[in-house]
Design a protein around this ligand. Structure first.
Ligand SMILES: [Cu+2]
Length: 681
């Protein structure tokens, strides 16, 4: 548990991994990750031999892939796809509002009412050090949520690096979609200060599916850059300044009726970190932050034949916040974390319609909502015996939701007459036990009570069109907070060259939030062609349950095999299958490495999803698919410089396929040849 001391120190995490007794496997993982599209190395976060539900996926050398591809390869994570860019990650079939997504602990909310801009679209592997995944309320949680969430950890400038100047330059090309990218990073490092800057530019044309058909409106273009700096005030106190900017341009969403002309995010923060090994208060981290997202959605690129009425739907999101986290230790066996945080987020989304005849029509679809949140969090880890560890925690959040403008209040006056200011009080509690039976086998089990407040859309949406079920949605200011009981059991079996991990989970929801049809005699859709109007309601209860099984095997000096399998099942209190639940999916990779060369073959398959409900949730079934990908790579070292060359062939057999979470079931990319080059100095 001593590794708990160093929240930031990756070396300690690696040492922990070694202590866990699977050094061989860890090194094999490293080999496999760099060249097989696995790209990420799973590290159990500091002390979370305790918690099997806190995971960290470290960014490895390949910084060129889209973040979507990194997320795709994490067991239990699925992506909702609306285009070839900015796919929306979910965990275990929970919906996006049931998880909490942050960047370096900062709350950021997408500005698009159509989910075109999940937070993951504003970060690049190039500016990430790792992805943290929490699978429920636990000691690493950033805010109240049902099913944990993602925290994207940004790369920091490093003090006292070996070289004063270091960096990378890279470029890559993908034949399918003629996607091009160029990227670089540079770091200046002294003992007392360091600065790191990175940037990537991407441009992609339309892609072609396995039938050789061009998927129109699947192009994208973006420029992302970040600067991080650190100043050591003395040996225990550090100031960090971080800025990240992401400018998306001309992004097509073939599954939606509109595209993005621009999507810009500006994300900035200033942090203070106090570290002192051996003291009771050994780590104190505080941050204030602000971010602003400007999103312009329109249909100007779509041909007249596809458009009933032209419209623009811009939106903005601005957030200010802070947090302060204190880590304390009492002796060698007892650790306490205390966290305080607060933020305020304003959302504005509007729609202007341009009929062929008559005046244009303007309305607010998200009528100037504000959510102000304050949270306090206390968690405790204790080593009861050498073999038995207990982790518990409690978190309380207050959420005030309101409408900030007169126009916003007027918009909602037609559908709601009560007070629009809403208060929610949230309690998240968890306890987790971990027992190490022997050197090879450990088991863990936990239970949590989780709550989340309804989000701005669920409270205040005004005729927001949802392409997934073809309904216009109305918010419901009277909606109750959603609650759940979470249960998990896991077992880890470790041999010298083999690791087997099994996790079983269940979420039992109370007041499950979803959309229900309103009578067509009273409500008619605003969107031309929509099937009707739905409003957010609380269903009495629902469940999601499932399992993840991971298997890693270092066969010999040259061969490494890994298999990741995940399954979720969900139904509501009327035994209707919940929507957007991923079917059983399996990713299997075999890697051969020798003398700096790496070859990998990857097999991905998903079963058909026939457990669907059309009448209530508007979902259709999805076929199974089988995919094969190949990749090869070589690393050269010439003097102090390193060159990486990679070539890959995705979807070798040019299979036409889509996944269950793909909106409108549009085929994914067919065969794709990818090359990338990287130079490290
Ligand atoms: Cu949008």
């Amino acid at each position: 548990m001593r590794d708990d001391t160093f929240y930031f120190d990756m070396r300690r995490i690696i040492i922990t991994t070694l202590l866990l007794g699977y050094a061989t496997i860890a090194s094999a993982q490293t080999d496999s990750t760099e060249h097989s599209n696995v790209l990420i190395q799973e590290v159990t976060v500091h002390g979370d031999k305790l918690n099997e539900d806190n995971l960290e996926f470290k960014q490895k050398d390949n910084v060129q892939v889209l973040i979507d591809k990194m997320l795709y390869n994490i067991n239990g994570v699925s992506l909702i796809k609306r285009g070839n860019y900015a796919q929306e990650p979910i965990i275990r079939g929970l919906n996006p509002s049931q998880i909490n997504t942050t960047v370096d602990g900062m709350q950021i909310f997408g500005a698009c009412t159509d989910h075109m801009d999940p937070i993951s679209s504003y970060v690049e592997p190039n500016n990430l050090s790792s992805i943290r995944l929490q699978l429920g309320p636990n000691s690493e949680q950033v805010g109240a949520s049902i099913g944990g969430g993602f925290d994207f950890k940004l790369n920091k400038a490093k003090l006292g690096a070996d070289k004063f100047v270091s960096g990378t330059i890279g470029t890559g090309y993908e034949a399918n979609a003629s996607a091009f990218r160029v990227l670089g990073s540079i770091q200046l490092s002294k003992k007392r200060w360091a600065v790191r800057a990175n940037s990537i530019y991407r441009k992609s044309q339309n892609y072609t599916d396995g039938n050789g058909r061009e998927i129109h409106f699947s192009q994208y273009e973006k420029l992302n850059f970040g600067v991080s700096s650190v100043f050591a005030l003395n040996e225990n106190n550090f100031i960090y300044l971080d800025y990240l900017q992401d400018d998306g341009r001309d992004i097509g969403y073939p599954a939606l009726t509109m595209d993005v002309s621009f999507a810009n995010a500006k994300i900035g923060s200033i942090s203070h970190v106090y570290k002192k090994t051996g003291k009771t208060l050994y780590l104190l981290e505080s941050k204030i932050y602000a971010n602003y997202i400007d999103h312009a959605m329109d249909d100007s690129k779509r041909p007249d034949s596809l458009i009933a009425m032209r419209m623009d739907m811009p939106g903005t999101s601005s957030t200010f916040g802070f947090y302060s986290n204190a880590s304390l230790r009492f002796g060698k066996k007892h650790f306490v974390k205390f966290k305080l945080n607060g933020y305020s987020n304003d959302l504005h989304a509007e729609m202007t319609m341009y009929p062929l005849i008559g005046a244009e029509m303007f309305m607010l679809t998200l009528p100037d909502t504000r959510r102000t949140v304050g949270g306090i969090d206390l968690s405790d880890k204790i080593l009861i015996t050498e073999k038995l560890k207990l982790s518990t925690g409690i978190r309380f959040d207050y959420v005030l939701s309101s409408i900030t403008t007169e126009m916003g209040r007027q918009t909602l006056s037609g559908i709601y007459s009560g007070d629009l200011d809403k208060n929610h009080y949230l309690l998240n509690v968890f306890t987790q036990l971990n027992y190490k039976l022997n050197k090879k086998l450990s088991v863990s089990g936990g239970v949590a009570k989780a709550m989340r407040a309804p989000n701005a859309q669920e409270l205040y949406a005004f005729y927001l069109f949802n392409r997934f079920d073809n309904y216009d949605y109305l918010g419901n200011p009277d909606i109750k907070q959603e609650e759940s009981w979470n249960f998990n059991i896991s077992a880890n079996y470790r041999l010298k060259k083999l690791v087997l991990t099994t996790k079983v989970f269940a979420y039992y929801f109370k007041n499950y939030i979803t959309g229900a049809k309103l009578p067509s005699s009273e409500y008619s859709a605003m969107t031309i062609g929509a099937s009707g109007v739905k409003q957010y309601v609380n269903l009495d209860n629902a469940i999601i349950a499932g399992a993840e099984v991971g298997f890693k095997w270092k066969i010999n000096k040259n061969f490494f095999f890994s298999s990741m399998n995940a399954f979720s099942y969900g139904e509501d209190y009327k035994h209707r299958a919940l929507f957007m639940i991923p079917p059983l999916k399996s990713i299997n990779t075999i890697v051969y490495s020798m003398k700096g060369y790496n070859f990998s073959l990857k097999y991905t398959t998903a079963m058909a999803q026939n457990n669907i409900d059309y009448d209530f949730y508007g979902e259709n079934s999805t076929r199974e698919f089988n995919l094969f990908d190949l990749s090869a790579g070589k690393t050269f070292k010439v003097k102090r410089f390193k060159y990486d060359v990679n070539i890959a062939l995705d979807n070798i057999f040019n299979v036409p396929y889509y996944e269950h979470l793909d909106v409108m079931k549009i085929n994914r990319q067919g065969r794709n040849l990818l090359v990338s080059l990287k130079f490290t100095f």
